[in-house]
Design a binder for this molecule. Structure first.
Ligand code: ADP
Ligand code: MG
Ligand code: ZN
Length: 480
């Protein structure tokens, strides 16, 4: 679904940096911990002091290979290079990265929509420190001072470079989302975009029609949410089209995405681009993982999102609706599918398990993932058995997640939730029908749209205590 003007096509390639979940940094024994007191996890190696020597972290190599295998890449012998440039958050004045021989060569990623995006490479490198510009807008221009935290300096990264195969802003978002799920599923990264452990750079160009040669691209740096990936790509393609339509030309440059303004802005032009003067890192030997090591990592790789989606959907047979397929995708994307599968295995109605997980649990933030599965399943059991209405069940769920778990029965009792008995429901319906004679007459003549009207009235009168299915049954019974 492209929203570009008629006749235009966009070409997008994404470069994704992901921090690895190792205990220590890539070339030293310092802790790799997000959020620690600034400049406490540092040593001569990650501060680049003269005479210090890097020692490669085997765990980071294993995680990089996991990512490569999950992306169907060629895993190969590789070596390190120095990428030279000056920046205060990089104390060595060079970054150790991989250049012409990355650990993971070409591969691909299949999206849930059936499209395939090529992977050019997925290589290992070290992260820089983190600079915070104080005062002003948070960017360096107009700030009062800049603070540098070297805790992140030397944290292992894998950079995953896609081919120029993406053709819409929506697909760019879909690629980033699926890649994030894969990174989390592989156990190599936590994929937390808001903490910067997954950062996306988007290369965008446009062309007149799908057969024209690729145009000049601009690179948008450091997109830190799936939403900004989609918005920035869309904005950038439209910006370039407007310039070309006006008879202008696109100059290759690096741009910054301003989330609040919803715009990209120039950071540096091609003329200002760095010449990194890559040369082989003399202090590190090539990495040559044995075939046995690679095969063992492959054998231990957990199930990937695509397989988990298939397994989840299999519980619905051919009967899954499009809405349910979307719900299944959303649940897997957020790694919540074990809640659904666990509930179905304990006998909960599949549609209920799917809907509650994808619609309610998914909306309760990162804490949802740490809710004990047994508590969740116990709650669904109560709702499935008609002991709680849907409204009541959702309220109990929110409380359980906020409290990090608990006994749903106790929570329901403490909220005074009891299922309305049949007599009370009848009495409530009598009152509502008496108060709305015209609507009731139309309903009896067959106007089914009024089902919602009466259900809503019953729910309001009982504060959500009535069970929707029971109300429907009672209405139908009175009509006949
Ligand atoms: P660099 O080394 O300058 O980053 P690369 O050749 O490694 O350049 O490409 C970086 C990214 O740009 C890749 O993801 C690639 O798919 C993408 N890319 C290359 N050419 C284009 C283009 N014309 N339009 C959009 N993206 C492109
Ligand atoms: Mg680049
Ligand atoms: Zn260190």
């Amino acid at each position: 679904m492209s929203s570009l003007p008629e006749g235009w096509d966009m070409v997008v390639g994404l470069e994704v940096h992901t921090e690895l979940k190792t205990a220590t940094k890539l070339f030293c024994g310092c802790a790799n911990n997000f959020g620690d007191e600034p400049n406490t996890n540092i040593c001569p190696v990650c501060l680049g002091l003269p005479g210090s020597l890097p020692v490669l972290n085997e765990g980071a190599v294993e995680f990089a290979i996991r990512i490569g295998l999950a992306l169907h890449c060629v895993v190969q012998p590789s070596s390190f290079h120095r990428k030279n440039y000056f920046y205060p958050d990089q104390p060595k004045d060079y970054q150790i990265s991989q250049y012409d021989v990355p650990i993971n060569g070409p591969g691909y990623l299949d999206l849930p929509d059936g499209s395939r995006v090529g992977i050019e490479r997925a290589h290992l490198e070290e992260d820089t420190g983190k600079t915070t510009h104080v005062g002003g807008t948070g960017r360096i221009h107009g700030s009062d001072e800049s603070l540098v935290d070297y805790n992140r300096s030397g944290v292992p990264l894998v950079e995953i470079v896609s081919g120029p195969d993406i053709r819409s802003a929506e697909q760019a978002r879909g690629y980033a989302a699926e890649l994030r799920s894969i990174l989390i599923a592989s156990g190599a990264s936590d994929g937390r975009m808001e903490e910067g452990s997954m950062r996306v750079d988007a290369n965008v160009s446009v062309r007149r029609g799908t057969e024209a040669p690729f145009g000049t691209r601009c690179e948008i740096k450091n997109l830190n949410s799936l939403r900004s990936v989609q918005r920035a790509v869309e904005y950038e393609a439209l910006r370039q089209i407007a310039i070309l339509d006006d008879g202008g030309t696109i100059s290759q440059e690096t741009r910054h995405w301003d989330e609040d303004a919803g715009k990209t802005q120039t950071m540096r032009s091609k003329e200002e681009a760095y010449d990194y003067r890559y040369f082989p890192e003399p202090d590190l030997v090539p990495v040559v993982p044995s075939e046995a090591f690679i095969r063992q990592i492959e054998a231990e790789l957990p199930p990937m999102p695509a397989q988990r989606r298939r397994e989840l959907i299999a519980h619905f047979g051919d009967a899954a609706t499009d809405a349910q397929l979307d719900q299944a995708n959303a649940a897997v994307e957020l790694n919540l599918d074990p809640f659904i599968v666990g509930a179905i295995e304990k006998g909960i109605t599949p549609a209920l398990a799917l809907a509650r997980t994808a619609n309610e649990l998914a909306g309760l933030g990162d804490d949802a993932m740490s809710l004990p599965k047994d508590d969740y399943i116990a709650l669904l059991k109560m709702e499935d058995a008609g002991e709680l209405s849907a409204t009541q069940s959702k309220k109990v769920l929110a409380d359980l997640v906020a409290a990090g778990g608990g006994d749903p029965k106790a929570v329901a009792e403490s909220k005074g939730f009891e299922q309305l008995d049949a007599g009370a429901l009848d009495a409530t319906l009598d009152e509502i029908i008496a108060a709305n004679p015209d609507e009731w007459a139309r309903y009896r003549e067959g106007d089914d749209k009024l089902t919602g009207f009466f259900t809503g009235k019953v729910m309001a009168a009982t504060q959500g205590q009535a069970d929707g299915k029971a109300v429907n049954a009672a209405l139908r019974q009175r009509r006949s």
